[in-house]
Design a protein. Structure first.
Length: 236
């Protein structure tokens, strides 16, 4: 009688966990600029908005205070202005390629920004799974005969995001996409990203200031998102 043969258990490879990539916009996807600056440049009020940006960076203005004062500068704002600002902005190279690679790998990507949602959501066309921006009044397609000025209705301070909002939204997105918090990767450049960097295990400081460099897992200086993404994609 032949002895019974013992089978060797087959090793089941560990399933690759899905990651959620969280991108800031101003100073991160935009090189050395911000949505408000690009919009203001189109409207001829760049000097005024840079003064507000400086005050905000120095924490002399809260996000709602900044938004209210910026909104007051944009009386001639139209959808055409926003489109021109978006098209002419100094974007990092390779954004669409990186997001396509993320999707090909079965992962997710989102943009969370304190900037106006009417600017941020245009990045969905570039491949972002979801975008979150501050809620500003709707922008008209045109201002007929100059008789109507932006905004058509008052800006609601409660709709303006804060740095802590990024953390809250990240948690909501984890639940939405079935991703664990420990599988998030954050990309940012400034103090508004510090709280999010402190809550995720992997972070990339992109052209960052001193506020977040010490918090980040990786640092990148340059103008190509593919290189910044390579710091975390190659480590898997």
């Amino acid at each position: 009688m032949q002895p019974a043969q013992q089978s060797t258990p087959r090793t089941v490879p560990e399933r690759r966990r899905t990651r959620l990539h969280l991108f800031d916009l101003d100073g991160t996807l935009l090189y050395g600029s911000a949505a408000s600056v690009e919009i203001s440049r189109q409207l001829g009020v760049e000097r005024e908005i840079r003064e507000l940006e400086r005050a905000f960076a120095e924490q002399k203005l809260t996000p709602p205070q900044f938004a209210l004062q910026a909104c007051a500068l944009w009386s001639a704002l139209t959808d055409e202005t926003v489109a021109a600002a978006f098209a002419g902005a100094p974007w990092l190279a390779g954004i669409r390629e990186v997001w396509a690679r993320i999707r090909e790998d079965g992962e997710r990507c989102a943009v969370i920004s304190l900037s106006p949602d009417f600017f941020v959501r245009r990045l969905r066309d570039w491949g972002a799974d979801v975008t979150h921006g501050s809620r500003w009044p709707d922008v008209p397609r045109a201002i007929p005969n100059g008789s109507t000025k932006y905004p058509m209705r008052p800006l609601e301070p409660a709709g303006i995001l804060s740095p802590s909002s990024k953390v809250m939204i990240a948690k909501e997105l984890c639940a939405q996409f079935g991703v664990r918090a420990e599988d998030c990767v954050a990309y940012g450049d400034s103090l508004s990203d510090a709280e999010l960097f402190a809550t995720v295990p992997v972070s990339v400081a992109v052209n960052a200031d001193q506020h977040v460099r010490s918090l980040a897992s990786h640092h990148y200086t340059g103008r190509d998102l593919r290189d910044a993404y390579g710091l975390v994609s190659l480590s898997r």
